[in-house]
Write a protein that binds this ligand. Sequence first.
Ligand SMILES: Cc1cc2nc3c(=O)[nH]c(=O)nc-3n(C[C@H](O)[C@H](O)[C@H](O)COP(=O)(O)OP(=O)(O)OC[C@H]3O[C@@H](n4cnc5c(N)ncnc54)[C@H](O)[C@@H]3O)c2cc1C
Length: 529
Amino acid sequence: MLALLGEAKTPWDVLIIGGGATGLGIAVDAASRGFRTLLLEQHDFAKGTSSRSTKLIHGGLRYLKQGNFRLVRESLHERGLLARNAPHLVSPLAFVIPCYRAGEKAFYRFGLKTYDALSGKLRVGASQGLDPSMVAEHLPTIRTQGLRGGVLYWDGQFDDARLAIALARTAVDLGACVLNYFPVTALTKGSGRINGVVARDGELNREFTIPARTVINATGVFTDSIRAMDLRQELPSVAPSRGAHIVLDGSFLPGKSALMIPNTEDKRVLFAIPWHGHVVVGTTDTAVQEINLEPHPSRSEIEFLLHHAGLYLSRKPGPDDILSTFAGLRPLAQAASQRNTALLPRDHIITVSPSGMISVTGGKWTTYRHMAEETLDRAIQVAGLPVRPCTTAALPVHGSTLSPTAGNLRFASYGSDASLLLELEQADPQLKERLHPALPYFAVEVVWEVRNGMARTVEDILARRTRSLFLNARASIEAAPKVARLMADALQKNQEWEQRQVAAFTALAQNYLPSGLEAPHSPISSFQS
Ligand SMILES: Cc1cc2nc3c(=O)[nH]c(=O)nc-3n(C[C@H](O)[C@H](O)[C@H](O)COP(=O)(O)OP(=O)(O)OC[C@H]3O[C@@H](n4cnc5c(N)ncnc54)[C@H](O)[C@@H]3O)c2cc1C
């Protein structure tokens, strides 16, 4: 990638700042339309919000509740496209709403019929009413006392950071240059128009001035810091809101269905979702002032999640049951001066500054492709690029294969690359070792991701190429030395590098242990390979 950057003799057609869902989606779109495309990410791909979602590819029932039919229909359409284009990373998931009050079941049945209808031809499955025994079949650990029945509906589930890496690889397959650890530090202008950026190679500490015909700001909650490089005085365009999650052992919600809690004490929805053999419970919606790359759930958010999970599960989870906690900041497009971020729409806004920089803010993971299409259409107009139609609605994501588990169940999320991981393992049987008994990951993945997934640090491997840190923070700390060793071999680094990496990761992982609560031990989880 660095060589590709060095070889560029003319301005890039499209330069994107930010390597989350939004920026990567735009890179794929731009490259697939044949534009010379460069994406710069200050840290690792998906380091920000895009690795910290609730892992749903969904229409969003809460938006239905708010009467935002347009957003729900658009999201459901995108859900269908993504399931088709990335079947190795997105899968259908049944959600069950348990009903304990009279009239509740009929109410949700009606709402979900609308949800089904809005899905159109790309429907995942039809919703249905359940009697109490069927609810218990889907959710074996549900509290059955007072249970009157439930409603089942379908949505999609995914691995957010792995989809981000797959999008980065798709963009590269299409000829784009994408660089992580490459922060943009300034914008360059000529005759009042933005004509490029100044960026720093974070590893070699070298500065580059990079010309481009159009610059797109896709930096999520950081969007205003890039806008400030362009315009001195600007009203904030983003109202950040923190969403926290806790992760529990899979035994808290065995089975394949997710629990949907339709009405929390703060009038929101909450999910408990089976994910990689564990259970993710989330999320909260807390307006925040401070924006950083490592937001941390507050004690009260964790208590809120434990409390609500405990209301519905027969075995109440306690602080000691938490294996990991993580939080993300929603880049909600600022609408007027609303203080309650739960009321802000999860819609996106595209703006063009007087100097021609395009900023895209808001949206959801689910709608990244559509946002990218609209942003690129706008960029073509603004920069006078040749008009070429968008083709991403039918563009397979890297690794896409008709049979997601074709290679091997262990490596299903690698899609068509799974067979290459198996070959690598066969050549070096030591790579068959697990990274940790409580984690569903293997040594071969470390080597593969260093060689092919642009992983540069132990954190890249444990947080985003594998999801170890999000599944079990303590286990991932214990796995760090092994990962550092494997990476040092692959990257030809010395022992000092290994030690620094382990120390840095161990310090970071403290953020994923429940705040102020005693760190739980890492039980050998019920995960089966
Ligand atoms: C708690 C929570 C749960 C969510 N759950 C879901 C869900 O289940 N389903 C769904 O569809 N959506 C969900 N979302 C929304 C979704 O995750 C976000 O809309 C999406 O990830 C935003 O992506 P982004 O690329 O705009 O921002 P980000 O992922 O934050 O990416 C912006 C990137 O810009 C980089 N950057 C910043 N400054 C610079 C610079 N100077 N130079 C270079 N790079 C820079 C950052 O490092 C960052 O990586 C959720 C959001 C949250 C917070």
